[in-house]
Design a protein around this ligand. Structure first.
Ligand SMILES: *Cc1c(COP(=O)(O)O)cnc(C)c1O
Length: 383
């Protein structure tokens, strides 16, 4: 019998983490569950790994985004441009603070925010009498957005750039690690992300010292000189010490995991590129391959998912509905054309890509998927 194929395999990963029980035990022994020494050690390691002057760990990727927006004073009357083809948290944090997300389109090959659509988004903000403050770009499926183009637009229009790096920790753009680009970057340690903990967690990366100070205060109820001195309205946004200890263990194998993901992506690319649209990675850019997402050529996606499933292969649709079509977000302003976001949401499919996917499983996925597509094509030709 062949081994079970999992979409994400945290169990195999745990077997590699030989120091994990001891690391957790250590926290239980010292008992500093909140802001213990592991939290500061993690922040310091992440800071040197990303060449980012300040790293502030926090309670989730969503809280990382909201803490940055709060530190920038985002409020009602302000607008922030976001891609429509992303996870809801990217736009949610803007709306949460009473500001307005403006939805723009993404590119068909990288699935990341489309710079030309941003130009139209800037116009939409003016039409709606909103004060446009910045752009939250998303490094979708692990690939950094085109930061060169984005930084140009931001500079020309006096906007800040906030990369939502929830899926891209470990990736790089033209030699710069994710976390070192833009005014501040957020990431998520949700268990299924490339660098995940065993619960919720996140981090903020910035080179701006005064911003970092405000974020640290906001993370603990807007504290001043101590926790019972409140100088601004904040949140409870800390990362648990146990989660920091787990992340420190996971960092020891993270580089190997990134390489394993890249190898699988290469195998998929070379075997699937003639059958479907495979993901395009920009030159001198590396992806952390949070997902391996292909675009079908109008084949019946539901049927393909069912057939993969009956062959023991899990697959997932990220994301079935763009945000501008979601009931919670459909009344926010948007650019006219969001065709690419709509097309992708109807045709994308993510295949398993975790670092512990064996060669035989990779080939089973490729062979089964190819066969299903071939059969679908033959049926169409008969009709
Ligand atoms: C996962 C994710 C988030 C939110 O992170 P959480 O840790 O789950 O709060 C935000 N943005 C994107 C693009 C994500 O994929």
């Amino acid at each position: 019998m062949s081994e079970e194929i999992l979409f994400v395999d945290l169990e195999s990963q745990r077997k590699q983490l030989i120091g994990i029980d001891k690391a957790i035990q250590k926290v239980l022994m010292h008992g500093t569950y909140i802001m213990g020494p592991e939290v500061y050690e993690l922040e310091s390691q992440l800071s040197s790994l990303t060449n980012s002057k300040h790293v502030i760990s926090c309670s989730s990727g969503t809280d990382a985004l909201v803490l940055i927006l709060m530190s920038l004073g985002i409020q009602k009357g302000d607008a922030v441009i976001v891609p429509s083809f992303t996870f809801a948290a990217t736009a949610e944090v803007v709306a949460w603070l009473g500001a307005t997300p403006i939805f723009v389109d993404v590119l068909p090959d990288t699935y990341n925010i489309d710079p030309s659509s941003i130009e139209e988004g800037i116009y939409v903000a003016k039409e709606n009498n909103l004060k446009l403050k910045g752009i939250i770009s998303v490094d979708l499926f692990g690939q950094p957005a085109d930061y060169n183009a984005l930084e140009d637009i931001c500079e020309k229009n006096s906007l800040w750039l906030l990369p939502d790096g929830a899926q891209s920790y470990g990736a790089s753009f033209k030699g710069k690690p994710v976390g070192s680009i833009g005014l501040a970057t957020s990431t998520s340690f949700f268990p299924a992300k490339p660098l995940g903990c065993y619960g919720d967690g996140g981090a903020i990366f910035t080179n701006d010292t005064s911003l970092a100070e405000v974020i640290k205060s906001l993370r603990v109820h807007g504290q001043g000189s101590n926790k019972y001195d409140n100088v601004r309205i904040g949140i409870n946004g800390r990362l648990d010490t146990i989660q920091a200890a787990i992340l420190l263990e996971k960092l020891k194998i993270f580089q190997d995991e990134l390489e394993a993901r890249q190898k699988i992506a290469n195998v998929y690319n070379s075997n699937l590129q003639d059958l479907v649209q495979t993901p395009k990675v920009l030159e001198n850019v590396s992806s952390s391959w949070a997902q391996y997402t292909i675009v079908l050529n109008k084949q019946n996606r539901e049927q393909i998912i069912e057939k993969l499933k009956s062959n023991g292969i899990p697959s997932v649709v990220y994301y079935p509905k763009p945000l501008h079509q979601q009931s919670a977000y459909k009344n926010y302003p948007r650019v006219m054309k969001l065709n690419v976001s709509e097309h992708l949401s109807e045709n994308v499919l993510s295949l398993p890509i975790h670092p512990y996917l064996s060669n035989s499983s990779q080939h089973k996925i490729i062979n089964t998927f190819s066969k299903i597509l071939q059969e679908a094509k033959e049926r169409e030709e008969i009709i």
